[in-house]
Design a protein around this ligand. Sequence first.
Ligand code: CDP
Ligand code: CDP
Length: 224
Amino acid sequence: MKKIIIALDGHAGCGKSTTAKAVAKSLNYVFIDTGAMYRAVTYYFLENEVDFADPTEVKKALNEISLKFVFNPEKGLGEIHLNNKNVEPFIRNMDITSRVSDVAAIKEVRVFCVREQQKMGEDKGIVMDGRDIGTVVFPTAELKVFMTADVKVRAKRRLKEMESKGVNTNLSDVIADIENRDHLDSTRKESPLKKADDAVVVDTSGLTIQEQVDSILKLAKKKL
Ligand code: CDP
Ligand code: CDP
């Protein structure tokens, strides 16, 4: 059967990864969470005290980094490994989350991550979620979706998720983080977050996860 690339871009916390995972599972495709790659690079930079403002230091650090997704059969999905270490448990905390958009705005970091992402999609059959997948990484992707949702709805969902993982935070901090990242991601010079001209907009504010997944699967099946 024909294989396609599904590019899922949009604002923070609107349900991209949850949807991408389920769509990939249903189609027997590979799910690639590109946010995890920018988070892993941020983790390396913070751990090694890399000066983000110094392009020479950034280039040197990127030369020392290898990123790959390793399939975890128990979870049924790939986990991000940085220099052969599984860094999934360390990349979703507030320290990383509050710095990742600064790191993701650096040109050299984008070139590095985009090159890796393009290699991962060579054989198609992928659902890739991020911010610039339909515009920069795979501008010829067969299906492009741009997801969004009301910021309060997104923040409440994220808060619930964080509380369930025992993270101590509150609604106003989560709203501030989401608004700040959306602003930085949409206004940066390099590959800003924006809807591709040919992307379908899906507003998830009033949708359940199942409705969201079904709407993307319906769009995908039309392309197959
Ligand atoms: O899950 P959430 O939407 O909160 O974030 P994420 O998808 O893990 O992405 C974290 C950050 O990485 C985003 O806020 C962007 O700054 C950056 N990112 C990017 O610039 N380009 C991508 N393709 C994916 C993520
Ligand atoms: O990847 P992105 O940052 O766009 O969002 P996500 O990590 O997939 O979803 C953020 C949170 O919202 C997760 O806890 C999802 O389970 C939840 N969610 C929800 O409750 N209802 C939806 N319709 C979509 C997402």
